[in-house]
Design a binder for this molecule. Sequence first.
Ligand SMILES: C[S@@+](CC[C@H](N)C(=O)[O-])C[C@H]1O[C@@H](n2cnc3c(N)ncnc32)[C@H](O)[C@@H]1O
Length: 338
Amino acid sequence: MASSVFTGAENLKLPSGLGFVGSNPYLGCFPTKKNVLVPCSRRLGTKILTPPRCALSASRPASQPRFIQHKKEAFWFYRFLSIVYDHIINPGHWTEDMRDDALEPADLFDRKLKVVDVGGGTGFTTLGIVKHVDAKNVTILDQSPHQLAKAKKKKALKDCTIIEGDAEDLPFPTDYADRYISAGSIEYWPDPQRGIKEAYRVLKVGGKACLIGPVYPTFWLSRFFADVWMLFPKEEEYIEWFTKAGFKDVKLKRIGPKWYRGVRRHGLIMGCSVSGVKKFSGDSPLQLGPKVEDVKKPVNPFTFLLRFILGTMASIYYVLVPIYMWLKDLIVPKGMPI
Ligand SMILES: C[S@@+](CC[C@H](N)C(=O)[O-])C[C@H]1O[C@@H](n2cnc3c(N)ncnc32)[C@H](O)[C@@H]1O
């Protein structure tokens, strides 16, 4: 059973010869067709062929979050970022063609599907959803009233339901939605497994979750900034979280801006689209204890200042990386590695 295989990275195997650049942290998944990965248990049963090269998880305990992987900090970050979000963030990391490609596994084939867009922010991904589904059937949820205020102003989203809420504690009943979509939000969640367990709970049986998020870099400097800044999970972690939450048919599709030419060593803010199907009704079979994060706990001002400085440096770095890759794509002749 897949869930018994993916209880940790220790049962996962590094596929060789996939042509990735740099050391490869993406263990445990084999591409079945271009850019789509499935748990290796489907292809190999539970046979373990090599020792793991990377058994450590990119996750940290929720009590030691990265900068912004903390609800109060995410709130304040988006208090200001919401002002420029649609103009600065999306063109570099999350373009319309990437969004449409990433939403493809969500199977939005019927306008009547009931969809929740969790961490929907200013509604950029929702704009992709309402191309396929009637806006009145779509709910946008976000922790930031400032981001949601931007979504409310978008004409195409005027019929959507827009609510404030926490991805790790969704205000929807069990077995509620046909589709759960979340794009670019998991990196802020202190307890990502809890958020994915919630995705499972709120879906109807047969419903599909499609979660889009960043991937962990392999280049040392990118890894350093990713580590201090936000959660950049490894691909096998996404699969493990989905599988543990109870999802079946878990698949991971790689996404990235065209000008990266498939290079993934810097990690990507929008790096993959993970999907899974809820096969049984009711709550997730996964039992979790109470939340560890205490948002009300006062933060030491010196710790906060250090986290703020490092976080700001990291965010500047990750604004510059796509520009650097874009220039490289212009300069290096097509067909050559960059
Ligand atoms: C990078 S934005 C992505 C917004 C949108 N999905 C898009 O595709 O443009 C991340 C969003 O996640 C929201 N967020 C972060 N933590 C959250 C949480 N625990 N619950 C709900 N939303 C959260 C932020 O407020 C922000 O709007």
